[in-house]
Design a protein around this ligand. Sequence first.
Ligand SMILES: Cc1cc2nc3c(=O)[nH]c(=O)nc-3n(C[C@H](O)[C@H](O)[C@H](O)COP(=O)(O)OP(=O)(O)OC[C@H]3O[C@@H](n4cnc5c(N)ncnc54)[C@H](O)[C@@H]3O)c2cc1C
Length: 416
Amino acid sequence: MEEISIVSPQVLGAGQAFGCVNGDFRLNVRADLMQLWPDEPDHFAIWATRHITDDPDADTPVGPFHRRRDFAAYIAHELAARPALSSVRHIRKTAMALGERDGAWHITLDDDSRVSAARVVLATGNPPPDWPFRGPVADSDRLVRVPWRGDWPDHIGRQARVVIIGSGLTALDALHTLRLRGHEGDIRLVAPDGLLPPVQTDWHDAEPLAWPQTSSAAGFLRFMRDTVGDLPWEKTEWQRRFESLRFNISAAWQSLPATEQTRLMRRLGWLWSLARFRAGPQAHGSAMAMLDSGQLRLVTGLVTGIDSRDDDTHQVRLASGASLDADAVVNCSGAGRDQLITRLLDDGVARRHDGLAARPALTPRLQLLRPDGNAYDTLFGVGPMTAHVAGDVLGSASIARQARGLAARLITQQAG
Ligand SMILES: Cc1cc2nc3c(=O)[nH]c(=O)nc-3n(C[C@H](O)[C@H](O)[C@H](O)COP(=O)(O)OP(=O)(O)OC[C@H]3O[C@@H](n4cnc5c(N)ncnc54)[C@H](O)[C@@H]3O)c2cc1C
């Protein structure tokens, strides 16, 4: 039998999303939608009822929204309960490069050692954020480039003037933790559209919709628009219809040509993200309270740089020419660039996607491609790095379903 090794510097199951230390950061969907085992959709919700006994704030009128770190504890619990999984070899290093030679893959690790493998699955998740502008910024306790772990609020004084870059779910997490810690200073949130994510509703009974055959971005969009109708997106019924679209959206997405996928992502990627990623009631409530009190102001614009002064304050430059003074800046601009994938593309190990050159081309069976266009049968991707081709594979439930499909194919391939 093939031996399986996992290369990751982090504890298994505690990656970028759930490996956070901040108890104020919560899952952004209710417990029954966090599905690790596709055959047992309520597994986490039931586990949480039994095991999370110290978190009364999880409960909301639209369902329980647990702490993200509790989901990591759940995964750890599930691993421990399965000896075959807990005995998998875990190499706690970062993979820097990958090359194929003599019928095997050779992976270079960050201490320059190497491991070899017959088959490789890239499951690198969401890469840590980069500052969303060119030019050097020295990360520090108060210039927070990667806020996901959540260890930064301790370094920010209560009176500090804070600038948050970005207005998605990470920004709402930042606002929520600052509010719970009694932050008193002004907060400015800079985003190109100046919009905050809508809040989760108590939608239920979304029926999977069959998508029509369409090979154009316009047809794809029309079906979505006709389905959600003219309702305001804050409404429960809007979200229920939107969720009914999502069941089969990945298959519909995969039937679009790469040029149409790219067109949709470029034109509407931001709007999709806003509608798709709704905030939990706790974080959304904090943002609304801070807006109401005037402590939080939304600034529509793009950040183009940060200049630090000798007195440890910062000037955040905007594309409009204006600037904002800050004692702390929190970068909530989203996932950055995956270093390993970038290296594979630059080294000519994997072919680039036709429309999105920074992403790898992939077959529907999640194989990466050789530069000549032939698919590897020993190099695969799974999770967020496949979303540009595979569709909405961003949340834990869809990643789990995709991983199960890939695992089944790998087992069949090995047997054959
Ligand atoms: C801040 C945040 C909050 C989220 N909240 C939710 C949520 O509430 N609900 C939900 O369903 N989804 C959420 N998501 C989506 C999330 O991406 C998925 O749910 C899921 O955690 C991703 O799983 P993954 O295994 O693909 O990636 P990860 O869990 O990020 O795991 C990837 C692992 O690969 C490692 N890695 C990366 N590159 C290398 C390398 N070169 N060498 C070795 N190891 C490497 C990383 O260190 C990490 O441990 C969130 C995402 C983020 C970023």
